[in-house]
Design a protein around this ligand. Structure first.
Ligand code: NAD
Length: 509
C-alpha cells in the first residue's frame, strides 16, 4: 500500500497473517471470518503515516457470534475436561512459539504501534515468559480444608469462571493480550479478546499460533473493532461471565456499568499520574536516569509512567538542569532504527490530545523547559513530539492532575518528607510511584504512605510476571500477574460432605 518501500516492508513483516479477499480477518469459533457487514479499517504506521494493512471491523453481531462460540466451548467443549497438566503443556508450547517467532512479533508491534525495537523485544520476551509462568502455575493451585464439627468435612476447590471478555489498549499490543490470555487459559477459562482498534496485528498473529497448536474451537476468540460497539457488546453480554479491561479510567467506568447486566466478575487496570519522588540525598545520576526512563519510555504512553517528578527543593535547580540536558539528547525516530530511543505517538488524534495538554500547560502558567513541539524534517510524516518538561507547576493545574499519556513530565517541588507524601498522593489515581533516596528508612516510610499499588525504591518501571500489578483509587480494581492474576480468573467452590448419611432430624418425620 502507498509507497513501494512502505509496502514491501509491511507485506514482508505481515506475511504470516491470514487474509480473506486482501483483508486480515478475525478469529471466532476456530474460524477466520470477515465482518458480517463487510466493514474494514485501514491501519497506519505511526512513524510515517503510511497504510500498512486492512483489517475486519467487527459489528455487534460479530461479537455475538464470537461470544456464542466461546459459550459453547466452555459449556460443552473439551477444554474444561483437560487436566491442568495438559493445559499447561499447551501453554508451554505457546511460549515456545512466541520465542521462535520473536523477531516477527517485535517487527509487527514496531510497525503497527511505532514502539522502538528495543521495547518490542522486551515485550516479546516477556510475553513468552508470561505464558511459561502461568503454564507452570496451572498445576499448582490447591484448596483449603476446614476444621468444622463432625460429621461434616468441608474443603474448597478453584474452578474457572467461564467466558472471559478481555479488552486491551494499544500501548503494549502483544504483552497486554498475553497478561489476559495466559492466566485465564491456565485456569481453564475461554476468552473473547478485543485488541485496541489501532494495534490488532500481533494479537492476530498470536491467534494463528493457537490455531496451529489445535486449541479447541472457541477457546480463544479475537474480535477486531471499535470499543463503543464491540467492546461495549462484550462488556454488556449476559453470556460473558467476567470482564477484564485495561485502558482509560473513563472507559473503565463505562465498562463497569455495562457489566452490571449480569453482575460480571470484573478486573480493571486503568490510568495513572504516578509520582517519582526524589530526595536531595538520592544518587544523582541514577535518579536523573530513571526520571527520564520513567516518563519517556514508550513516549510516555505507559499507564505507570512517572509523569510527575516530585523533587526536594534543595536539589531542584541542579537536577532539572541535568534532566533537560539529557532529555534534549534523546534520539527520537523510527522504531526500526536500532539507535532510536523514543518512538512516535500512536496516532494523529492522540498526538493532538497531547498537544492540547501542552497548550493548556502554557496557558495555566507552567514554565516549559524543553520540547513541546512536533518534530519535522524526516519525521514530519509521523506523529512525533519532542520530550517535554514543565516546571513551576501548581497542584491545581490540569497538566498536574490529569493523565496526558505522552512524553510530558511535570515537575513539583517539596520542602520536607510530609509534603513529599502529600504531593505524591494528590491525584485521583493510585497506580504506581517511586522514591529515590539513600536513606533506606526514609524510603520505606514514604513508600508505605504512598497510596499506590506498584511502588519502586531507587528504580522505575521494572515489572515481573511473578508480582501483582494494579492500582489503588481510580487506577483500577483487582490485580493482574502473579498468583493474584490467576486467582482473578477463578471461582472458589466450597464443598461440604456429610460423613454421617442420616436425615437431619430438624422437622418431625
Ligand atoms: P481506551 O480506554 O480508550 O481503550 C482501551 C480499550 O477499550 C480499547 O480496546 C478500546 O477499543 C476499548 N473501548 C473503548 N471504549 C469502550 C467502551 N465504551 N466499551 C468497551 N470497550 C471500549 O484506552 P487507550 O487509549 O487504548 O489506552 C490508554 C489508557 O490505558 C491510558 O489511560 C492508560 O493509563 C491505560 N493503561 C492502563 C494499564 C494498566 O495496567 N493499568 C496498562 C496500559 C494502559
Amino acid at each position: 500500500m502507498q509507497t513501494a518501500d512502505g509496502a514491501v516492508r509491511a507485506e514482508e513483516i505481515l506475511r504470516n497473517l491470514p487474509r480473506i479477499n486482501g483483508t486480515i480477518p478475525m478469529y471466532a469459533g476456530g474460524e477466520w471470518m470477515l465482518a458480517t457487514q463487510g466493514g474494514t479499517r485501514v491501519l497506519h504506521n505511526p512513524a510515517n503515516g503510511r497504510a500498512i494493512a486492512r483489517i475486519a471491523e467487527a459489528t455487534e453481531a460479530d461479537a455475538e457470534t464470537a461470544i456464542a462460540a466461546a459459550r459453547k466451548a466452555f459449556d460443552d467443549g473439551p477444554w474444561r475436561e483437560l487436566s491442568a497438566a495438559d493445559r499447561a503443556a499447551l501453554l508451554f508450547k505457546v511460549a515456545d512459539a512466541i520465542d521462535a517467532h520473536r523477531d516477527e512479533f517485535m517487527r509487527i508491534d514496531t510497525l503497527n504501534g511505532g514502539k522502538p525495537l528495543r521495547e518490542t523485544e522486551y515485550d516479546a520476551v516477556d510475553a513468552a515468559n508470561c505464558f511459561r509462568y502461568y503454564a507452570g502455575l496451572a498445576t499448582k493451585p490447591h484448596g483449603q480444608t476446614f476444621d468444622v464439627p463432625a460429621p461434616s468435612q468441608t474443603f474448597t476447590v478453584r474452578e474457572p469462571i467461564g467466558v472471559c471478555g478481555q479488552i486491551i489498549p494499544w500501548n503494549y499490543p502483544l504483552l497486554m493480550a498475553v497478561w489476559k490470555l495466559a492466566p485465564a487459559l491456565a485456569a481453564g477459562n475461554v476468552c473473547v479478546l478485543k485488541p485496541a482498534e489501532l494495534t490488532p496485528l500481533s494479537v492476530i498473529r498470536l491467534a494463528t499460533i493457537f490455531e496451529e497448536l489445535e486449541f479447541p474451537a472457541g477457546v480463544v476468540n479475537v474480535l477486531t473493532g471499535a470499543g463503543a460497539t464491540v467492546g461495549h457488546a462484550i462488556a454488556a453480554s449476559s453470556l460473558v461471565d467476567k470482564i477484564a479491561f485495561t485502558g482509560g479510567t473513563k472507559t473503565g467506568r463505562s465498562i463497569m456499568l455495562d457489566a452490571t447486566t449480569n453482575l460480571k466478575k470484573i478486573s480493571l487496570e486503568l490510568g495513572g499520574k504516578s509520582p517519582n519522588v526524589v530526595f536531595a540525598d538520592a544518587d544523582f545520576e541514577t535518579a536523573v536516569d530513571y526520571a527520564l526512563f520513567g516518563i519517556f519510555a514508550n513516549a510516555g504512553q505507559v499507564c505507570s509512567a512517572g509523569s510527575r517528578l516530585v523533587i526536594e527543593r534543595s536539589l531542584h535547580a541542579r537536577f532539572v538542569e541535568r534532566l533537560v540536558e539529557r532529555a534534549q539528547k534523546i534520539r527520537v525516530g523510527d522504531g526500526f532504527d536500532r539507535t532510536t530511543e523514543m518512538g512516535p505517538i500512536i496516532s494523529p488524534v492522540h498526538r493532538e490530545r497531547v498537544e492540547a495538554y501542552i497548550a493548556t500547560g502554557r496557558e495555566e502558567g507552567a514554565r516549559l523547559l524543553c520540547g513541546g513541539n512536533r518534530l519535522g524534517g524526516a519525521l514530519a510524516g509521523g506523529n512525533f513530539i519532542a520530550p517535554t518538561i514543565f516546571d513551576r507547576t501548581s497542584r491545581d493545574m490540569r497538566i498536574v492532575q490529569e493523565e496526558i499519556f505522552g512524553p510530558v513530565l511535570v515537575v513539583q517541588t517539596f520542602d520536607d518528607e510530609a509534603q513529599a507524601v502529600a504531593l505524591a498522593n494528590d491525584t485521583v489515581y493510585g497506580l504506581a510511584g517511586a522514591v529515590f533516596t539513600q536513606d533506606i528508612a526514609k524510603a520505606h516510610r514514604v513508600i508505605r504512605k504512598m497510596r499506590a499499588g506498584i511502588t519502586w525504591i531507587n528504580t522505575y518501571h521494572p515489572t515481573y510476571n511473578e508480582a501483582p500489578w494494579g492500582g489503588y483509587k481510580q487506577s483500577g480494581i483487582g490485580r493482574e500477574l502473579g498468583t493474584y492474576g490467576y486467582d482473578a480468573y477463578t471461582e472458589v467452590k466450597q464443598i461440604n460432605v456429610n460423613l454421617d448419611v442420616e436425615p437431619s432430624g430438624w422437622f418431625s418425620p
